[in-house]
Design a protein. Structure first.
Length: 190
């Protein structure tokens, strides 16, 4: 269950402002790249989590009337891109009457109330939690879970990106539920 993290090598021209021209150029380019790229969402790349390395810097160019220097650069980024059908581990960050939000990588996905477990589920706002009617299983904030991504809609920001997940398949759900199912299967197999 490895989340889909990728390393990409990107070529771009970076503007280094005048106040950053005193230091080591490679370090200043890295600082500018971090400010520019980290946290952006790209439909093809996913969420850029970190600029990890500046691989190359070219000659700086000055444009008349602009005190900054424009530097052609090649750099490496670490990105997270959720994929449909990917099985991911995460933890519950919020419970609402319509579902549970689960943190996977740098963003949250939604497990709709109908996809939490194979049982009638009751929402208890006082905890907040979901409780299975027959199984009496409880899902609350902070629980570690395993889910399958069923829909992904990458938008311009992390907040606008939507990830739908299910926990209603064998081997999915709260970690304690998965372990209980394994023990039950082992006992039935003896």
């Amino acid at each position: 269950m490895i989340a889909m993290f990728y390393k990409y090598v990107i070529r771009d021209t970076v503007r280094v402002p005048p106040n950053r021209l005193k230091g080591d150029l490679k370090k200043e380019v890295l600082a500018e790249l971090k400010e520019t790229y980290e946290g952006i969402v790209d439909e093809d790349l996913g969420v850029i989590i970190a600029v990890t390395e500046v691989k190359e810097t070219g000659e700086g160019k000055v444009i008349w009337g602009d005190g900054g220097v424009y530097v052609d650069t090649v750099f490496e980024v670490l990105a997270y891109k959720p994929l449909v059908q990917e099985v991911v581990d995460g933890y519950v960050t919020d419970i609402t009457e319509f579902g549970a939000f689960v943190r996977i990588g740098p963003m949250d996905g939604l497990v709709h109330v109908s996809q939490i477990m194979d049982d009638f589920v009751r929402y208890d706002p006082s905890v907040p939690a979901f409780i299975g009617k027959e199984s009496e299983r409880i899902l609350k904030i902070g629980d570690n879970v395993r889910a399958r991504i069923v829909t992904v809609a990458i938008r311009n920001s992390i907040a606008d990106t939507k990830i739908g997940m299910t926990m209603r398949q064998p081997g999915l759900g709260k970690w304690e539920w998965i372990e209980a199912e394994k023990k039950k299967a082992a006992q039935e197999g003896k």
